[in-house]
Design a protein around this ligand. Structure first.
Ligand code: AMP
Length: 169
């Protein structure tokens, strides 16, 4: 099944900036068998948890599918200015730029055991920000899982929680 998943990941050179090799998951999402195999594989590495937190935007796609499969709730970690309620946020550096993540302060029950889901672990800045946010909101992050890990960028070292990925480059 990993071969099927890998075969549906497209590498786009110099997107969105020169020097970035972008790993495009839209062919995988467009292939029902490959998408289902990906969600099944994520379920096998998910471990024990209460709630899923997905990172905008592609983390929502995989996080929502996994939450539905496992009968769990989903927390949205969003780009700034999208959430209508009281938020807490965290600024971070990307492989290509800077950004900020926010979460509704009251969406997470205190002490919730949360599984973090995103599409790609690159420098780890995004996932690190997500983990800090979740901890600031009173959650425990049990594990962070990704479809892809760009291992050369060393993002795993920034997480401070167990992590796993389906495909490593
Ligand atoms: P980072 O904070 O550097 O770990 O970047 C992770 C986030 O940026 C993920 O949410 C990805 O969607 C996106 N991203 C970063 N680098 C790439 C890449 N080379 N290909 C695809 N997505 C990427």
């Amino acid at each position: 099944m990993t071969a099927l998943i890998e075969s549906r990941i497209r590498a786009i050179p110099d997107f969105p900036k020169p020097g970035i090799l972008f790993r495009d998951l839209t062919p995988l999402l467009a292939d029902g068998q490959a998408f289902a195999a990906t969600v099944d594989a994520l379920a096998r590495i998910a471990g024990d948890f209460h709630l899923i937190a997905g990172i905008e935007a592609r983390g929502f796609v995989f996080g929502a599918a996994l939450a539905q499969k496992l009968g769990k709730g989903l927390i949205l970690l969003r780009k700034p200015g999208k959430l209508p309620g009281e938020t807490i946020g965290f600024d971070y550096g990307l492989e290509y730029g800077r950004d900020r993540l926010e979460v509704h302060r009251h969406d997470l029950p205190k002490g919730a055991r949360v599984l973090l889901v995103d599409d790609v672990l690159a420098t780890g800045g995004t996932a690190e920000a997500a983990i800090r946010l979740l901890v600031a909101a009173g959650a425990t992050v049990t594990r962070a899982i990704f479809v892809i890990e760009l291992a050369d960028l060393g993002g795993a070292a920034r997480l401070g929680v167990p992590h796993d990925a389906l495909v490593r480059y």
